[in-house]
Design a protein. Structure first.
Length: 159
């Protein structure tokens, strides 16, 4: 129970940080997406599903999206992460770093495209324009992912 409360507190805290302070930077890591992916790899999809829904609702409220947009995007990202991690055994040492980088790349592109399409100002023809500068976000997300992955692995070992 303690680790679930800690995970809930962390997700709400990350949503507040990203919604307020990090909006001034042109490129910043998507902390919610990265924390959801790391938690899904460590704890499994069914164990974090409720917290992913809470994270999506908090993100929708902070960023003034329609309620449910980020919930759907984060749940699909978590499910895809669960599917990908089970198929390629991300928990093992082998090619895990390359698999994780590929996972972050796919999740970041997926998140940016779907959140752009959910906004009424974007249309399908503007996807290349919307993906401009995504390479910086992918690099920042990879760095943040490894921090969260290590953190969640330590939490999983403690609890």
């Amino acid at each position: 129970m303690k680790n679930k409360f800690l995970l809930f507190f962390l997700i709400v805290f990350l949503a507040i940080i990203q919604g307020s302070g990090m909006a001034v930077f042109k490129h910043s890591p998507n902390l919610l997406l990265v924390s959801v992916i790391a938690a899904t790899v460590i704890f499994g999809f069914m164990n974090v599903l409720g917290w992913v829904v809470v994270a999506g609702i908090v993100c929708d409220l902070l960023f003034f999206y329609a309620i449910g947009v980020n919930v759907v995007i984060l749940v699909l990202s978590a499910y895809g992460t669960s599917f990908f991690s089970k198929r390629f055994h991300i928990e093992n040492r082998g090619l895990s770093i390359l698999s994780m980088i590929l996972l972050i790349l796919l999740s970041t592109v997926f998140f940016r495209i779907l959140s752009g399409l959910a906004d009424s100002h974007y249309v399908l023809s503007q996807i290349p324009l919307f993906l401009k500068g995504i390479q910086y976000d992918i690099i920042l997300n990879c760095g943040a992912f490894f921090v969260f992955f290590y953190f969640f692995r330590k939490i999983g070992a403690i609890f």
